[in-house]
Design a protein around this ligand. Sequence first.
Ligand SMILES: O=P(O)(O)OC[C@H]1O[C@H](OP(=O)(O)OP(=O)(O)O)[C@H](O)[C@@H]1O
Ligand SMILES: O=c1cc[nH]c(=O)[nH]1
Ligand SMILES: [Mg+2]
Length: 210
Amino acid sequence: MPVIEVKHPLVKHKIGLMREGDMSTKKFRELTGEVARLLAYEATSDFPLEKTTIDGWCGPVEVDQIAGRKVTVVPILRAGIGMLDGVLDMMPNAKVSVVGLARDHETLQPVNYFEKFVGQLDQRTALIVDPMLATAGSMIATIDLLKKRGCKDIRALVLVAAPEGVEALGKAHPEVRCWTAAIDSHLNEQGYIIPGLGDAGDKIFGTKDA
Ligand SMILES: O=P(O)(O)OC[C@H]1O[C@H](OP(=O)(O)OP(=O)(O)O)[C@H](O)[C@@H]1O
Ligand SMILES: O=c1cc[nH]c(=O)[nH]1
Ligand SMILES: [Mg+2]
């Protein structure tokens, strides 16, 4: 199952709060960051540990550390930026690759307008972040770009997924796991997730009335 719905009570509570229609940009941004942190925690639970000995207050002490794992976080512009800091709070040494995609409002196809990847992608775990998995077109295009550059361990974090996107992602990239705070009912005719969160980019950047 490539899309994993995280059922932790903190995640469920916070994504529930985010569904309130009339929420300030500040509050929506804060909750986006909080859920992103919790999803990052879940998505890294299989990172291997190794033992090492350090000088503790009462002499040498054996501790665990994450072994040889390089990470690049990959926000999909724009809305993915809202999740970036939360994930970096958990993994402050991670490098950041950026992909700019915008859905054409008529066709719902993603249009690529920017990409800048860090090096050594073949040796890194990529954590793609984007609040919404709707048709999954943007996620699939981003995974295609990462695979083309040799990345083999690709994971994704989204706040809300539509069943249509879950199916499409599973067909296109069955080995890529995607952690989500909720799998919702369906997409409407404009390609918005119902009940969803509305336009996540507009809510994070405050551009609803622009
Ligand atoms: O699964 P899909 O059907 O591809 O839709 C999801 C995409 O749509 C939204 O971005 P949008 O294109 O609105 O751009 P924005 O982040 O700049 O608002 C969202 O942040 C995803 O990237
Ligand atoms: O529901 C949706 C679908 C795509 N993009 C959004 O911001 N929201
Ligand atoms: Mg948008």
